[in-house]
Design a protein around this ligand. Structure first.
Ligand code: BGC
Length: 726
């Protein structure tokens, strides 16, 4: 089925904008768009104008009591039952960065990259549902969650908030998370539409990319997330796309979002991303957010004046409000309002969700000399570690979190917080650790084993401590934040030297990386094991202890490529925002760029080890209109494990492999299971000359356990059996 057809089908969910939909829905009284339009007819122009611009509560002095000190507030119209929109950031939990609301804690999930690494949409939905339930309890009804920007630059400050480099994985996981949030009868957002690929100069940069490449990469991720998650809102980005700011870009907001995808919800701006009244309103922006952050307020009196002067038609204002209300009605926000006062959250159950994401999302990158699992009954007695030393990363008190508007003030407390003294993130980010101590979790998991901690600032002392232990575990950290990119991909603060010295002192060295993405590993050959723990969230220490001791197996796989060096990437650092930025990789982001250039990464997309042993036999590929692969997985080990077979499509025209499906499969000890992975139909067509179409012909399908490690390859013929639009 073509993307266009799926988009048409997608309009059915809240049934607006399409005559087909209305004709099939005789009970128009129940239709959200019709209900919204009926309300709009009763609104005065002043009331409508009031609903298309929002406040930034931290700047309200004094702040009205009904305004939560969070990201945004849009007053409703009580006489018509129109609710206030109470907005909070919520990518990793209900945010409370720089403790705007003292004492208001929420459950902190791991960074979104960890969620992506689970390759598990069901878990993504639970994570979204958990965030949504806490938001609801805290009286928020619009969540600025769902970052779907593809990781194009390994140093991107916000990469930890996104789902990695692949459009299918990002779209499916984001869509599932959005659906989970909205199952609480509140609105979720996907953001930042589109192409906010770097933080450096994010509010001025001009991303240049042809429509074909955009449609097949970043926009494809958004489209899948929107189809699957049906978010009430889309947040337009700070940057320009092909010379025009995203929030006043008619191609993005009208041609693609509205006309091609038939998106029925509303477009809200990012905070400080509006630059015009008429152009933005006419291009398709429906709501100016956090207006105090714009250089002036564009959508209140100024929009009224434009309507009076005839520069913006009154019906456009009606459309803006109708779209906002349609989303509010369709998600259930109007009929099932959030509580008037904060309610308790289900802290224990929610923490279990955070732990599950951490357990399923950490990735084992290397494991030699049987160094892992650390102990217990898994290894013969002689090999059990009796003395383990943990080094660095403040692993005695907690785990690192990424910074910026997504920062959660976690349940359990913040044992360590370092304010910034410079940089663009200074006013709204602090370097923060969640109280989930790997040291204490490992001590609890391995009674009878001596487990010490040294902070690693004194490298010779750390090496000496490592020499005395059976196993040394170095916790390496790399903090990222919104609004700033990393200066490079190396671990900061002399940590490479620390790891090198520890590995020299003790070959049984394990490195646990708490990072917001890929880092360089000059010491890789000298250490025994490496774990990518991402930003592990408020139960990261406990999750890590279970994984390191072998209580559970690693199920995570890389949602992005780890390069050997920046020289392998399309750019070698953040692009200069003073000039338009070209993207030579076009749609071939991440592993596809590596495939195209025949570069071997340090670790490929899709890669990850486990303790189990899984064989894969009897692989059968099928082509036609529904390409797929069937295979038999067999767990030959005496322990439970997880396999994540991935299906890639190559061709036609020598295009690099692209992920078209996967299935994360848990296998009991000795279990054999036959599975089928179908290619997602949205990945089959290509965007050529302004339309999506499947190019029938010969293709190659490969199934593998990583993007560059095929287990089997088959040649198939793919046909276009999509029904005709008429
Ligand atoms: C970020 C958005 C966020 C908004 C409100 C902006 O700076 O880019 O992701 O939702 O602030 O906090």
């Amino acid at each position: 089925m073509s993307i266009r057809l799926l988009a048409l089908a997608g309009t059915l969910w809240i049934g607006i904008a399409s005559q087909v939909t209305l004709a099939r829905t005789p009970d128009t009284a129940a239709d959200p768009a019709t209900r919204a339009a009926a309300i709009v007819r009763k609104m005065t122009r002043a009331e409508k104008l009031q609903y298309v611009h929002g406040y930034f509560p931290p700047y309200q002095k004094p702040r009205p009591p009904q305004m939560a000190n969070a990201a945004g507030h849009v007053p409703g119209v009580p006489r018509l039952g129109i609710p206030d929109l109470r907005e909070s950031d919520a990518s990793l939990g209900v945010a409370n960065n720089v403790e705007q609301r003292p004492g208001d804690t929420a459950t902190a999930l791991p960074g979104t990259l960890a969620l992506a690494a689970t390759f598990d949409p069901v878990l993504a939905r639970s994570a979204g549902a958990m965030i949504g339930s806490e938001a609801r309890a805290k009286t928020f009804n619009v969540l600025l969650a769902g970052g779907v920007n593809l990781t194009r630059d390994a140093w991107g400050g916000r990469n930890f908030e996104y789902f990695g480099e692949d459009p299918l994985l990002s779209g499916i996981m984001a869509g599932a998370a959005v659906a989970g949030v909205q199952s609480n009868h509140i609105i979720a957002t996907v953001k930042h539409f589109a192409f906010n690929a770097q933080e450096t100069g994010r509010d001025v940069l001009d991303a240049r990319l042809d429509h074909e490449a955009l449609q097949e990469s970043d926009l494809l991720a958004f489209h899948i997330a929107i189809e699957d998650g049906q978010p009430g809102s889309v947040m337009c980005a700070y940057n320009k796309v092909n010379g025009i700011y995203a929030c006043e870009n008619p191609w993005l907001l009208t041609d693609v979002l509205r006309n091609e995808w038939h998106y029925p919800g509303f477009v809200m701006s990012d905070w400080g991303a509006v630059h015009s009244t008429d152009q933005a309103a006419l291009a398709g922006l429906d709501q100016e957010s956090g207006q105090e952050l714009d250089d002036r307020i564009y959508f209140a009196d100024a929009l009224g004046a434009s309507i009076t002067a005839g520069r913006v038609p009154e019906r456009r204002l009606d459309e803006m409000v109708t779209r906002i209300l349609t989303a509010a009605i369709a998600t259930g926000l109007v009929d099932d309002p959030v509580p008037a006062t904060p309610q308790p959250i289900a802290a224990a159950a929610d923490a279990a969700v955070a732990q599950r994401v951490a357990e399923r999302g950490m990735v084992l990158l290397k494991n030699t000399r049987n160094v892992l699992p650390l102990a217990r009954d898994v290894l013969p007695l002689a090999r059990k570690a009796r003395h383990v030393v943990l080094i660095g990363g403040h692993a005695d008190v907690g785990v690192l979190s990424g910074g910026g508007s997504s920062q959660v003030r976690s349940v359990g407390g913040i044992p360590l917080e370092i304010p910034l003294t410079e940089g663009t993130a200074m006013s709204f980010a602090r370097v923060t650790w969640h109280a989930s101590s790997p040291l204490r979790a490992l001590q609890a998991a391995m009674p009878g084993v001596t487990i010490d901690y040294v902070d690693g600032r004194d490298v010779p002392a750390a090496a000496a401590a490592a020499a005395r232990a059976d196993v040394a575990i170095v916790f390496a950290t790399q903090w990222r934040t919104e609004a700033q990119d990393l200066p490079g991909l190396a671990l900061p603060d002399n940590q490479d030297a620390l790891i090198g010295a520890v590995a020299k002192a003790n070959p049984a060295t394990v490195v646990v990386l708490e990072t917001g993405g890929a880092v360089l590993m000059p010491w890789l050959d000298r250490v025994a094991a490496v774990v990518a723990a991402w930003y592990p969230g408020q139960r990261g220490g406990e999750a890590l202890a279970r994984l390191l001791t072998g209580d559970i197996d690693f199920a995570g796989r890389l949602p992005l490529t780890f390069p050997r060096s920046a020289a392998q990437l399309p750019r070698t650092g953040p692009a200069d925002p003073a000039h338009p930025i070209a993207y030579p990789e076009r749609a071939d982001v991440g592993y596809r760029w590596f495939g195209l250039r025949h570069e071997t990464p340090l670790f490929p997309f899709g890669y990850g080890l486990g303790y189990g042993r899984v064989t894969c036999d009897d692989v059968r590929f099928a082509g036609g209109a529904h390409p797929q692969v069937s295979l038999t997985l067999r767990n030959t080990a005496a322990r439970a494990t997880t396999a994540v077979p991935q299906l890639y499509l190559v061709g036609p025209e020598h295009a690099p492999a692209r992920l078209v499906g996967w299935q994360s499969t848990d296998l009991a000890p000795g279990e054999t299971r036959r599975i089928t992975i179908a290619a997602d139909p949205r990945l089959l067509p290509r965007y050529r000359q302004g339309r999506w179409s499947i190019m029938p012909g010969a293709y190659r399908l490969t199934v593998g356990l990583a993007a560059d490690a095929p287990i089997a390859t088959g040649s198939v013929t793919i046909t276009d059996a999509a029904p005709s639009p008429s």
